[in-house]
Design a protein around this ligand. Structure first.
Ligand code: LLP
Length: 437
């Protein structure tokens, strides 16, 4: 265990209790599975708060920092309220995410709306609810947003989303002149966009530039370069248009430890590099230090979450493989089948001594590709056992589906050694509620 949440596989305070069961922050996972049934998403508030605090501490020597939670990683009212109370704002990408915030009584005064194809209705809804700013992605959106702002008699603050020409592949990155991405303005398009904003789109006020260079990033230098490139663009804009933009948004991307092979930096290392780049490059270019936005998603919530499943059928193919099947899979965690993502897991209810067995964990969905974990050593897994899969706090519930008409799981939050329900299990009635016969 290290001190940094994103460098640990398990939530803080995960241990084997006197009954021989896995527990998190005083909650016995086997008991939780019994009470709330499986599959079950479990979030640990302690771990979440620690990571949020680490983010705040890491950036504390750059006081002009605003942290936005990239809510696509995990959007629920209860989690949003916790992060809101910690001082986080939000990065949203749809009307649904905005609505979920409003439903949790969270105002939009520290919210950024990004995405490459926002609709008229979405922009209208965002402005009607006084969103802080929109990260405009393309020329079409500039025109559309100016129209929406005009209709509402508003001058809307915006950032321009740019592709800074840095492409990250978890362990390495390449810098190219041109990035092939569906998101944002290529650097060569910026002049035209700014000309339009300054001359034609009178209801838009450009405040800064925004970029996001990838996800599950293990590099630090890449953040230095990202800030450098954005500040260089700001300098060019200052010289050309006599306009000094004073906000930058560097996106999210910090990686986490899903398995022993993963080796992400801590948030302190990332913060140091970003702050160093801002200080050095602002000095070099003669710029004021900007307001800095960051948008962590995965690294904030992922390690605080685990998924519990019950083992059902098993199938042994002599000399080849033993499959154990769980009561969930690709509908509640599509990441292994979508990205080949790897996870760590343990049996939550084992008293007896370790008898390791190499198995493959199969989901219950009708696809051969629905394999949650290939070749994992588990402690004598048997039908009826509870399996705990770690690091499912991000991009699992938020990417879940009703494939095969299987109901979406419930989610509980562990707080003060007790669990409380924060998402109810979906019901059969809800499953067919939009069905018109
Ligand atoms: N900001 C922007 C503009 C983004 O597009 C994203 C993620 C983030 C922030 C947050 O990035 P994070 O800190 O979570 O890496 N479904 C994929 C991940 C997709 C990330 C999309 N954008 C997965 O499960 O790995």
């Amino acid at each position: 265990m290290t001190n940094y949440v994103n460098q640990n596989i398990k939530p803080l305070n995960t241990k084997i209790n006197e009954k021989g069961n896995l527990e998190i922050s005083g909650c016995d996972l086997t008991e939780l599975a019994k009470e709330y049934k499986t599959p079950l998403y479990v979030m640990d508030k302690n771990t979440l708060l620690k990571m949020a605090q680490d983010y705040k501490d890491a950036f504390s020597n750059y006081p002009k920092t605003r942290m936005l939670f990239a809510s696509k990683a995990l959007m629920t009212g209860a989690i949003a309220q916790i992060l809101h109370n910690c001082g986080f704002g939000f990065d949203v990408v749809s009307m649904g995410e905005i609505y979920t915030l409003l439903n949790a009584k969270i105002p939009l005064d520290n919210v950024s709306f990004n995405g490459n194809n926002k609709s008229y209705e979405e922009l209208k809804f965002a402005l009607e609810n006084n969103i802080d700013h929109i990260s405009v992605d393309n020329f079409y959106e500039l025109e559309l947003l100016d129209k929406v702002a005009k209709e509402q008699n508003k001058i809307q603050k915006i950032h321009l989303r740019i592709t800074p020409g840095i492409e990250c592949h978890t362990h390495e990155y390449i810098q190219t002149g041109q990035t092939d991405s569906k998101f944002g303005f290529d650097l060569s398009m910026l002049d035209k966009a700014i000309n339009l904003i300054l001359n034609d789109y009178k209801n838009l006020k450009l405040a800064g530039l925004h970029a996001h260079i990838g996800s599950q990033i293990f590099e630090t230098q890449v953040y230095y370069d990202e800030a450098k490139i954005i500040l260089e663009e700001i300098k060019k804009i200052k010289d050309k248009f006599n306009l000094e933009l004073n906000e930058i948004n560097l996106g999210g991307g910090l990686g986490i430890t899903y398995t022993k092979e993963d080796n992400p930096p801590s948030v302190y290392e990332i913060a140091q590099v970003i702050i160093k780049s801002i200080n050095e490059n602002c000095e070099r270019l003669g710029l004021e230090k900007p307001l800095l936005y960051i948008e962590p998603g995965r690294s904030l919530v992922c390690s605080a979450g685990v998924s519990l499943y019950t083992i059902g059928s098993t199938k042994e193919i002599e000399g080849i493989r033993k499959y154990i099947a769980i009561d969930g899979g690709m509908a509640d965690n599509p990441r292994p089948s979508m990205y080949g993502a790897k996870y760590s897991a343990e049996i939550a209810n084992k008293k007896e001594t370790i008898k390791n067995e190499k198995v493959t964990i199969a989901g219950k969905f009708c696809e051969s590709g629905d394999i949650l974990i290939k070749d994992i050593e588990l402690n004598n897994p048997k039908t009826g056992d509870i399996l705990c899969v770690y690091d499912t706090g991000a991009y699992c519930y938020s990417m879940s589906s009703n494939y095969n008409c299987v109901l979406k799981p419930a989610m509980v939050l562990i707080e003060d050694s007790k669990a409380k329900l924060i998402i109810k299990r979906q019901t059969l009635e809800q499953l067919v509620q939009n069905d018109v016969i």
